[in-house]
Design a binder for this molecule. Sequence first.
Ligand code: ATP
Ligand code: ZN
Ligand code: MG
Length: 302
Amino acid sequence: MDMQTSFLDRLFDSGLLIDTGVDGLYGRSGQFEDVITAFERLIDKFGGADGAEAIRFPPGMNRAFFEKSGYMKSFPQLAGTVHSFCGNELDHMSLLKCMEVGEDWTKDQEATDIVLTPAACYPLYPTVAKRGALPDGGALFDLQSYCFRHEPSKDPARQQLFRMREYVCMGTDKHVTDFRQSWMDRGVEMMKAVGLDVTIDVANDPFFGRAGKMLANNQRDQNLKFELLIPITSTAKPTACMSFNYHQDAFGAKWGLNFADGSVAHTACVGFGLERIALALFHTHGLDVKEWPESVRKALWG
Ligand code: ATP
Ligand code: ZN
Ligand code: MG
C-alpha cells in the first residue's frame, strides 16, 4: 500500500473524510469543517482590514461566461458541465429502459445553462464588468466557492469537489502585483502561526496538450504563478495549498474591465485550497485536534 492510500484510509477510519465510492468526492465530518471554519477566520483576520467586497456564488456558473472565459481551450480535461433530461414521455420510457438493461442512459441528456465552477474567481469578472468602469483606486473582492475539477485521485489532497477561498484584485499593474506580494508574505506568516512548514515556488497551470506546454513555460518564465507548498502526502513533493496568480491585463481585456479613462485593468488572484490546508494540519499535527500543539489551537480557536 502506498503512502497516499494510507493517509486517505486513515482519514476515512477517523471519520474526518467520508468515502462516497468515488475518488476525490468525499463527505466531511463536523470536526473537519470546524478546522476549515477556524482557518477561514484566520484568513479574515489577515485580510479583513483591506475592505474587500465579499461575494458568494454557488458552485455553478453561467455557461455563456464559462465559454467566453476560454477554459475549454486551456483545461478541457478538467471541466464539468451540468446536463439534464429534457425529453418527452416517450424519451423518458427509453431512458428508463436504458437504465434497466445497463446501457448508457446519459447520452441523450442535454447541456443546461450551468457549468460547474472551475475556480472561485471565474464568475466574478463578468459580474464586475457589468457594473461599468472600475473605480480609479481599483477593486478588491473576497470569494469562496466549491469548485469542480475532473481529476479523480487517491490523493486526498486532490479532490474533484473542493473549496477555494480567494481574494481578487483589479487595478494597475503595480497595485495588483503589490497585492499579490503582500499575500505571499501573509501566507507564509499564517502558515507559520498554525505550525505548518512552507516553501514558495514558481508554478504553472496544467494547460492541455502540446500548445499548452508553451503556455505553461511562458507562465513560468514570466513568474505569473506562485504556489505556497506544504507537505501532505509527500515531503519530497509538497502540495500547493495557496496560489498567487497575476493575469496581467488578460482578464481585463477579455471581460472589459476598464477604468473610466478607458484603460484596461490588470488583475491578480490569491487562492487558498481550504481542504488542502485542513489536510496539511491533520497530516502535521495528527488526526486528533485535541492533541494539536497549544499554540496552533490558540491561533485557530483563540
Ligand atoms: P495543483 O498544481 O496541485 O493541481 P493548481 O495549480 O491546479 O494545483 P489552482 O488552480 O491555483 O491550483 O487552485 C487554487 C488552489 O486550489 C490551489 O492552490 C490548491 O490549494 C487548491 N486546489 C487546486 N486543485 C485542487 C484539488 N483538485 N483538490 C483540492 N484542492 C485543490
Ligand atoms: Zn482566481
Ligand atoms: Mg491543478
